[in-house]
Design a protein around this ligand. Structure first.
Ligand SMILES: NC(=O)c1ccc[n+]([C@@H]2O[C@H](COP(=O)([O-])OP(=O)(O)OC[C@H]3O[C@@H](n4cnc5c(N)ncnc54)[C@H](O)[C@@H]3O)[C@@H](O)[C@H]2O)c1
Length: 347
């Protein structure tokens, strides 16, 4: 933000966000990789997320994710994201969100973006990035299983496909028959080549998948049988609370950020409480990407990403730049009005 006069403030709609991100799976996955590297190098500020919960609506929450990122992105901001699981029965998605971007030099907010799409996109890009790095050095999985098939599962599939993955077998498991059918419908519409199988039995889904994606809304572990993992799959544990700590203790565990992930009753947090330490963690995805950690064969691998605000900022700034360069930025005139310290603003 330079020059004089009122700093411009823009509002970017979900339609504009989707337009800016559509078909960009490779670029966004690279952007997420760069952002993890920047975060790993310390060129970010990413304090703990703040969870707002309600005694009268125990299943709901709104999370604040403040963050600051350096490098070429160089922006501060906040994602404010609600999760109201009952929305799904009412026909609208569980999560809704906005992202505020703040100028690095003045602190002025300069954009408010619809952010459920940005959030799903950065989550899916992170999952696709992890799938790539954590399967290097082993046979690339040709059988994927989706455990929980809502919006995030759909985005993860889109990002896997958009970054070059193809599967012979796609397994689908969800407690809700409607969700399972909706996801299968999406897969069929995309013309995916693999054979699609619905599994009522969770065990069969896991045993039939070398890459397993957890995207449920489980609040506590519901998968605890170690023998289901004896074929050593790579597990993208995106919903964070599905696996009993015993499964983690028998696996190689990677996270996005250690301090973030060992909070809020995630499965890694439960494993820390059970063992009284963090030895069960191999490191972060950035450790793997930078060669500091090697993923051994012969064990399941579990990636539990807490979801970092810096990713939202990086993807949000990408969207902002795209919309601005297309000339489609909707600036709200006079948003900041009181701009002279000792004189009243114009009438
Ligand atoms: N780690 C991250 O960065 C990150 C980011 C975004 C979302 N998430 C998480 O991803 C998850 C999925 O989000 P969504 O928007 O797709 O939700 P959603 O409500 O659209 O879908 C969740 C699906 O999981 C199913 N489900 C719930 N419990 C299940 C169980 N025990 N077994 C099988 N299926 C079950 C539901 O029926 C539903 O179809 C949420 O837990 C969310 O918090 C994580």
């Amino acid at each position: 933000m330079t020059g004089t006069g009122a700093p411009p403030f823009a509002v970017i709609s979900g339609a504009q966000v989707q337009q800016a991100l559509r078909g960009r799976e490779r670029q966004i996955t690279e952007l997420v990789e760069d952002t993890y590297r920047l975060h790993g190098a310390g060129d970010s500020v990413n304090p703990p997320s703040y969870f707002l919960r309600f005694p009268d609506r125990p299943s709901a929450r709104i999370i604040a994710l403040p963050a600051s990122i350096g490098g070429k992105v160089r922006v501060d901001g906040l994602k404010w994201i609600s999760s109201f699981p009952e929305n799904v029965a009412a026909g609208i998605p569980r999560a809704s969100a906005v992202l505020i971007l703040n100028d690095h030099d003045t602190g002025y907010p300069f954009a408010c973006l619809e952010s459920s799409i940005i959030s799903a996109t950065r989550t899916a890009a992170s999952a696709a990035l992890a799938a790539d790095w954590l399967t290097r050095g082993r046979t690339r999985p040709a059988r994927v299983g989706f455990f929980g098939t809502g919006l995030i599962a759909r985005y993860i599939h889109t990002f896997l496909a958009g970054t070059g993955w193809s599967f012979d077998e796609i397994g689908v498991h969800d407690l809700s028959a409607d969700s399972g059918a909706g996801f299968r419908g999406y897969l069929e519409e995309t013309g995916t080549a693999g054979r699609i199988t619905g599994y009522e039995d969770a065990e069969q889904l896991i045993r039939s998948s070398d890459l397993v994606v957890f995207a449920t809304i489980a609040g506590e572990p519901h998968v605890s049988d170690l023998s289901w993992f004896e074929h050593n799959p790579v597990v993208l544990h995106v919903s964070l609370r599905d696996l009993a700590p015993e499964i983690l203790l028998a696996s190689t565990n990677l996270v996005d950020d250690v301090e973030h992930c060992l909070k809020a009753s995630t499965s890694p947090h439960l494993a820390e409480q059970l063992t009284g330490g963090r030895d069960f963690l191999a490191g972060t995805l950035d450790d793997v990407m930078s060669g500091r950690v090697t993923v051994p064969a012969g064990r399941p691998v579990v990636f539990s990403p807490f979801g970092l605000g810096v990713l939202d900022l990086a993807v949000g700034k990408y969207v902002y730049d795209e919309v601005r360069s297309s000339g489609e930025l909707h600036v709200i005139d006079d948003f900041f009005h009181e701009l002279r310290r000792h004189a009243p603003g114009p009438a």
